[in-house]
Design a binder for this molecule. Structure first.
Ligand SMILES: Nc1nc2c(ncn2[C@@H]2O[C@H](COP(=O)(O)OP(=O)(O)OP(=O)(O)O)[C@@H](O)[C@H]2O)c(=O)[nH]1
Ligand SMILES: [Mg+2]
Length: 226
């Protein structure tokens, strides 16, 4: 039985290069309307500090040039919504899900007004998105648990969303001791952040750990009842 389940899990995958950009939303009212109209949506949201590699990870998982990768931090100023297909090669079915590229938090270089708007947007988003949304929190492997990361976790714990933590840019960890220092903090994270169900060590650029992330993502999605 176990073997059969595993085999099925392996036959499900994201269809590469088929994610479709639907819209970028930066106004609260527009977001509320969209969320109301898509009440039964399921999918995945990518959230993290500016410049940690959210858009790069999206591109690696869903196909090149799905999201725009920035040269300057804080470029993603709106919630970008995409749809993407997941195929089950065994049953030959394809299902559509939503993907949300959420503006980075903790960017110091923005005006008060803009950062208030971000806060309001995120509030609306997290209040209205359901347990059908998986939250992927991306952090920089070289700088884990920055103040804004812990502040973000403090903030989202009330929403009770299943969350997976991605430590990205592990290709930049050059020494064994840097790597083991990062691995050593994981028990503490599971203990302090109960909503974090998985931790992955990845490189969106070099590809490390991405197969496991894709498998975890499609497993989460295939568990959601229709
Ligand atoms: N070395 C390395 N660089 C990466 C990796 N992932 C992303 N980068 C680089 O980090 C920079 C920021 O990447 P983005 O994907 O735009 O980051 P983001 O989180 O979407 O940034 P904002 O949209 O501004 O919040 C780019 O220069 C990427 O090329 C990685 O795994 N390794
Ligand atoms: Mg981005």
């Amino acid at each position: 039985m176990k073997k059969k389940e595993k085999a099925k899990g392996e036959s499900v995958n994201i269809q590469k290069g088929k994610a479709e950009f639907l819209m970028g939303i930066d106004k609260i009212e527009q977001l509320q309307t969209w969320l109301n109209e898509h009440h039964f949506m399921s999918g995945v949201a990518f959230v993290g500090r500016s410049n940690v590699g959210k858009s790069s990870l999206i591109n690696s998982l869903f196909g090149k040039s799905t999201a725009r990768v920035s040269k300057t931090p804080g470029r993603t100023r709106q919630i970008n919504i995409f749809s993407f297909p997941v195929e089950d090669r065994e049953t030959k079915t394809v299902k559509q899900y939503y993907l949300f590229d959420v503006p980075g938090y903790g960017h110091a270089d923005v005006s008060k007004e803009m950062s208030r708007n971000w806060g309001d947007l995120l509030d609306m988003f997290f209040r209205m998105c359901s347990e059908k949304i998986l939250l992927l929190n991306i952090q920089d492997a070289r700088h884990p648990l920055q103040d804004s990361d812990t502040a973000f976790h403090d903030y989202i714990k009330a929403f009770d969303l299943e969350t997976y933590l991605m430590f990205n840019k592990i290709d930049k960890l050059k020494t064994q001791s840097e790597r083991s220092r990062l691995k050593n903090i994981t028990p503490e994270i599971y203990k302090s952040f109960k909503w974090v169900k998985q931790i992955h060590f990845i490189s969106a650029e070099k590809g490390d750990g991405l197969k496991e992330v894709e498998a975890a993502l499609v497993t989460f999605l295939s568990r959601i009842p229709d």
